[in-house]
Design a protein around this ligand. Structure first.
Ligand SMILES: [Zn+2]
Length: 112
């Protein structure tokens, strides 16, 4: 399994944990074991803070992975793109260019 896939699963796991922490006191209430907890509101406050912190960690990890993936895709596009030299100024330009972006000379006649 690649490190990217592991990181994605890790962010999903952290998010799942965050939801668990946020819902934990509600689950305690529904299960009817509230009497065993001294002050459910203080506990709910603490678990919600913890859950939100974990959620922030999970979301930032996910966003970092997404940006990394996007950058890699952009790099691959640049790698696979072929380049030619402009016959007028000699600069490196993409092969599918109609007009040189540097000296504005026309490279290929437009197809009619
Ligand atoms: Zn040029």
């Amino acid at each position: 399994m690649s490190s990217k896939r592991i990181s994605k699963l890790l962010s999903l796991f952290i998010a799942w944990n965050a939801v668990g922490w946020i819902l934990s006191t509600y689950i305690i209430e529904i299960a009817g074991i509230r009497a065993e907890v001294d002050n459910i509101l203080i506990l709910r406050y603490k678990t919600t803070i913890l859950g939100l912190a974990l959620l922030i960690v999970a979301v930032s990890l996910y966003l970092v992975l997404k940006v990394m993936k996007q950058r890699e895709a952009e790099r691959n596009i640049l790698r696979t793109r072929t380049f030619i030299r402009c016959p007028i100024c000699g600069r490196r330009i993409p092969a599918d260019t109609v007009m040189c972006p540097y000296c504005l000379s026309i490279i290929k006649e437009e197809i009619k």
